[in-house]
Every structure is written in structure tokens, then in C-alpha cells.
Design a binder for this molecule. Sequence first.
Ligand code: FES
Length: 88
Amino acid sequence: MVTLTVDGEPCTLPRDASVAAAVLQRGSIARTSARFGNPRAPYCMIGVCFECRVEIDGVRDCLACLVLAEDGMKVRSQHEIQPSSGAG
Ligand code: FES
């Protein structure tokens, strides 16, 4: 078993589990969308949809479904709202 934190909350899961599994186990969102701020979460679990982008140990835009969970990792959801362009 490994223990990491997701948005500051501890999460314990099997050694071969992905960071995306930790995000889902916590019931967390991975990020909010850049345009409208909609909540997004891991979906495909195979590195295709890019909905699982999180910050891992200070590195943004990691695909959580492709990274194995390790003891002591600090995972944070990303909030990507950009300043409004005035459109939609
Ligand atoms: S869940 Fe789709 S790329 Fe990670």
C-alpha cells in the first residue's frame, strides 16, 4: 500500500494503482475547465482524454491515469479558469 495526499487529504491505495485512482477514490475532481470552470475528472484511464490533468509534487499538467501512485506524493487539482475573453 502507498499513501499520498489529494488536495491535502490522505489517500491509501494499492502499490500498483494510478494517481487517477486516488483522485477517484477521494471523490475529487482533477481540474476545472479553462473556459467555463466546469469540473472534470478521470474518464478514459488510458491517456487519451486529458481530463485527469493534475499537479503532482508541484508539476502541473501530469496525466494522473499514467502515473503510478507513490508514497508521499502531493496531488492537487488544477483550476484553469483564464481571464474572460468576452466570448461565451
Ligand atoms: S483519464 Fe483520460 S487521459 Fe487520463
